[in-house]
Ligand binder design. Structure first.
Ligand code: HEM
Length: 406
């Protein structure tokens, strides 16, 4: 493979902008193509297909220091607000935070940050413990052979985000289905528009009800505090962004963490038997698994990275996966899962002004659910004969299903 100029991954059809490009042998590791890019001194350019921008050339940034610097670079932006010329999908909707930059992003994000502080999120702990316990009971009832994604990993964050937002949990099968389409990097524009419209219609009803009688979820509180500053469209966008971003990501991370621990029995034993490692283990799992697909930015001015110029107008892809596994960032065996590793500033939640708003919530859910699962089912294992399929084309890398026994 070339390391400069235009390059393509082995199968150009898989070079969707989200394609996580994992290794053929170890499904948690970056592909050899990506590792070679990181080892080279160039900033390779690649043709990818993007759900909003179509067939596009991107500059790929893979080294830890470069990715972090690019996240912090004010002239590399996520978007310039909603573009009426582009199809109306979640990715191009008022209130979808990543579409904004500068003061407009600050104005909107500020309205939400108060609901996601460590303290505010910490208040949810008893509710999360209860919902985890209930789902462990449900798993026991289903019995061995059950799909951990369906009975545990997906319902827990779905329930939590519904509670937090003030969205009826009965809508879950609709929003889980729509979210999967929205996060599927290979979905066509028509599918994205249809899934976003279905989600918006339900959210519009919920916003309407909260306008008439504000509930005690985030949407109700937003209306009470900022109701006159926010349009209904912005509230709908806030609601759908948090609903989609708040469940699928954490669900994916829960299931993939279980799989990674099951495939590393010594690490699993340490995790199960020593509750003092939970904190570092979750941080290490976030680093090691690095579930977000590469994140897109656009240069609004010429920008220098590693002494190379990225011209105004060029697209840039930032890879948290290769960054988090970079030996310059983690000198000691970066490709090994070590749950006692001293946490460093891993990039799975991004960095800079768009850094994940829900990261404290995601951490709390992982720290609550994972130890409880292995305590309740100490002999948990992958069900015999299970065929584990990975979602390679999703904006978060994970498994389709995880059949388990005990
Ligand atoms: C393990 C779980 C999660 C992972 C790995 C994750 C990852 C990320 C990443 C990488 C970004 C930055 C995107 C960029 O820079 O372009 C982000 C942004 C965001 N995340 Fe998360 N996330 C997770 C959970 C959550 C949860 C639970 C919520 C909500 C309750 C959430 C809401 C958001 C929002 C609203 C943004 C946009 C922030 C902005 O643009 O200002 N995420 N997330």
């Amino acid at each position: 493979m070339e390391t400069e100029g235009k390059i393509s991954l082995s199968d150009p059809r898989s070079a969707s902008f989200v394609s996580s490009e994992r290794d053929e042998v170890c499904p948690f590791d970056p592909s050899q193509d990506l590792v070679r890019m990181r080892e080279g001194d160039e900033l390779p350019r690649l043709r990818v297909s993007h759900p909003v921008h179509g067939d596009t050339e991107v500059v790929v940034v893979t080294k830890y220091g470069d990715v972090r610097a690019a996240f912090a670079e004010k002239n590399l932006v996520t978007g310039n607000g909603v573009d009426p010329a582009l199809p109306r999908t979640l990715y191009n909707h008022p209130g979808f935070l990543p579409v904004y930059s500068g003061p407009e992003h600050v104005r909107l994000r500020r309205m939400l940050t108060g609901s996601f502080t460590v303290r505010e999120v910490g208040n949810l702990r008893p509710a999360i413990e209860k919902i985890v316990a209930e789902h462990l009971d449900a798993m026991a009832e289903h019995g061995p052979g059950t799909d951990l994604v369906e009975v545990f990993a997906l319902p827990i964050p779905s329930w939590v985000i519904c509670e937090l937002l003030g969205v009826p949990y009965e809508t879950r099968s609709m929003f889980q289905r729509c979210s999967q389409v929205i996060m599927d990097g290979s979905a066509g524009t028509d599918q994205l528009v249809a899934a976003s419209a279905e989600l918006n219609a339900v959210m519009a009803d919920i916003v309407d009800r909260n306008r008439s009688a504000p509930g005690d979820g985030i949407l109700g509180r937003l209306i009470q505090r900022h109701g006159t500053d926010l349009s209904d469209d912005e509230l709908i966008g806030f609601g759908t962004t948090l609903l989609v971003g708040g469940h699928e990501t954490t669900a994916t991370m829960l299931a993939l963490s279980v799989l990674a621990l099951l495939r590393n029995p010594r690490q699993l034993a340490a995790f199960r038997d020593d509750s003092s490692v939970t904190e570092t283990a979750v941080e290490e799992l976030l680093r090691y698994l690095s579930i977000p697909a590469p994140l897109l930015r656009t240069a609004v001015e010429d920008v220098e990275i590693r002494g190379k110029t990225i011209a105004a107008g060029e697209y840039v892809l930032l890879s948290p996966l290769t960054a988090n596994r970079d030996p310059e960032f983690v000198p000691d065996r970066p490709d090994v899962l070590d749950i006692r590793r001293r946490p460093a500033a891993q990039l799975s939640f991004g960095f800079g002004v768009h850094q994940c708003l829900g990261q404290q919530l995601a951490r709390l859910e992982l720290k609550t659910a994972l130890p409880a699962l292995f305590r309740r089912f100490p002999t948990l294992r992958i069900a015999p004969g299970a065929d584990i399929r990975f979602r390679r084309e999703s904006t978060v890398y994970g498994v389709e299903a995880l059949p388990v026994s005990w």
